[in-house]
Write a protein that binds this ligand. Structure first.
Ligand code: OAD
Length: 223
């Protein structure tokens, strides 16, 4: 079986109703990264940071995977499919994808600041005073700016073996995640699907909405 890797960003979840980061109505237009998405911000104002992620989690509970998430799963029958996502939502998993690597963590998990142990978040909220068993404050298990990306090596390994790399809905502006494309050294095809594609050179570009393009693209790959 051929290996297909799909690399996704916020654009694939946009039509489910989750905001992207850098589009005109994106999250980084409303919030400053340095206020809500760094460890320093968490130390300075933990309430503000936890509330930001509590809001994201609340919103996530209200939305569903869309046809782009769902139709990618058909690839699982004919190919070894791995989804490498920058998204902290769980819409790939909820759509039925078995093999998902999260580069930037998961909104549904917390992590102790003393030993980095990971827990599921029960009840949807994380607040100041929510401690692990050892007494360490819990923070969201997301990768903040300036932090290492623990799954990067794993993602590189699968991308190296990919025959086809499909990139969906990402501005490719955040590093090291954006370097993923450089590791697709064995790929016969590199495909980018985006409403506002950031690169064109040497790859196949489909300009448009993920929900409109992915079902046909998947059908083509299966035929
Ligand atoms: P961005 O907001 O930077 O980019 C979203 C991309 O999706 C853009 O290229 C849009 O053109 C495209 N897009 C929007 N709607 C779309 C649709 N319906 N169909 C297809 N494409 C669409 O989001 P990311 O690239 O995912 O990290 O951002 C990367 C990282 O930056 C995030 O994981 C997050 C953020 O800061 C951290 O917080 C560490």
């Amino acid at each position: 079986m051929k290996n297909i890797v799909v690399f996704t960003g916020a654009g694939i979840s946009a039509e489910s109703g989750l905001s992207t980061f850098r589009d005109s109505n994106g999250l980084w237009k409303k919030y400053k990264i340095e206020d809500v998405a760094t460890f320093g911000a968490f130390i300075k104002n933990p309430r503000l940071v936890l509330n930001f992620y509590n809001l994201r989690r609340k919103q996530l509970l209200k939305v569903e995977p869309n046809i782009a998430h769902i139709s990618l799963n058909e690839l699982q029958y004919k190919f070894n499919l791995t989804i490498v996502t920058q998204n902290i939502d769980d819409l790939h998993e909820r759509s039925g994808t078995k093999n998902v690597i999260h580069l930037h963590g998961k909104l549904t998990e917390s992590k102790s600041i003393i030993d980095n142990k990971i827990y599921d978040i029960v009840g949807g909220e994380l607040n100041v005073g929510d401690y692990c068993k050892k007494g360490g404050q819990l923070r969201p298990n997301v990768v903040w700016f300036g932090e290492a990306v623990p799954n990067m090596d794993l993602a590189i390994e699968v991308v190296r073996k990919a025959s086809i790399l499909i990139i969906i809905g990402t501005s490719l502006q955040v590093y090291p995640a954006a370097t993923i494309i450089d590791y697709a050294i064995n790929a016969e095809r590199i495909i980018l699907v985006d409403t506002n594609p950031s690169i064109y050179k040497g790859i196949e570009v489909f300009k448009g909405k993920a929900t409109e393009i992915i079902p046909d693209l998947v059908r083509g790959l299966l035929s």
